[in-house]
Design a protein around this ligand. Structure first.
Ligand code: NAD
Length: 242
């Protein structure tokens, strides 16, 4: 409501020294009335304890971070369990974009959702949310066509296929397609996903290209603000877009 005073959502950024963590910290600093980063956590001991007013912690110090409303986790699968446990213990919400989670980690997330609100997504961009719906629709209409998901990312990305490729593949699979995956790792590509439907004598190519990782960080901050204070449960990005 216009003129209404709101308290900034208190955030913990997990994976703070990474590419996504840095984008989240930069964008959070641009909206001090909406969010306040109360802890930035990275795997190793931070070189500086406080950077631009934000307190930094090593992963080993996670238990000692101050009170927060939402943790935003863009780390690696080995960092996921401790931050999920911390949120469950503190009754805080969790937004996670970490990809490559193992089956038991996905189950632990689902179990935690009976106690806290959680939003895990392989991709926090609006464009991919729309692409997923288009893929569902195409797969349902094109029974018997080949369906291939081809993803390209920068050479530092560890997991393959990407979490987004798997999400797109699941959407096509749920509509009846038998999906095949291919992964390319090259240069500094932020993220490209092609979903190709091939029939006899014709082909449809649905492509999303991310040229700047700020889209994911902006989406995660948007979701975090809307997740704070919600009832426990698993939320999708498309549930929290408005
Ligand atoms: P990165 O390698 O640049 O950063 C990883 C960060 O995680 C670092 O800060 C590192 O210190 C921290 N970390 C590693 N192990 C940890 C541990 N055990 N405990 C705590 N912190 C730990 O990676 P990135 O490019 O920033 O990507 C991070 C994750 O986000 C990856 O899983 C990537 O696939 C995913 N990602 C998701 C989206 C999305 O929209 N869902 C978008 C981009 C990237």
């Amino acid at each position: 409501m216009p003129g209404m005073e709101t308290t900034p959502t208190r955030l913990l950024i997990h994976g703070a020294s990474g590419r996504m963590g840095q984008a989240l910290l930069r964008l959070a600093a641009e909206q001090p009335q909406q969010v306040q980063v109360v802890a930035a956590v990275m795997r190793k001991s931070p070189a500086q304890r406080v950077v631009e007013g934000v307190p930094y912690f090593a992963a080993s110090e996670l238990g000692g971070v101050p009170a927060f409303d939402v943790a935003i986790d863009f780390s690696l699968p080995e960092g996921f369990d401790p931050v999920l446990a911390l949120c469950a213990q503190r009754g805080a919400a969790l937004v996670s974009g970490t990809t490559g989670l193992a089956g038991p980690q996905r189950e632990a997330l689902a179990q935690a959702a009976s106690r806290i609100p959680v939003a895990w997504a392989s991709n926090f961009s609006l464009g991919v949310a729309v692409l997923t719906e288009l893929v569902e629709r195409a797969a349902a209409a094109l029974g018997g066509w080949d369906c291939d998901v081809v993803e390209s990312h920068h050479i530092h990305k560890k997991d393959a296929p990407s979490g987004t490729a798997l999400t797109l593949g699941e959407a096509a699979g749920s509509a009846g397609a038998a999906v095949h995956y291919a992964s390319l790792r090259a240069g500094d590509i932020v993220g490209e996903h092609l979903v190709q439907f091939t029939g006899l004598g014709e082909r449809i190519e649905l492509t999303h290209r991310a040229t700047n990782r700020d889209i994911f960080a902006r989406g995660a901050l948007h979701v975090a603000r809307r997740l704070a204070g919600r009832a426990p449960g698993q939320y999708r990005v498309r549930d929290l877009l408005d």
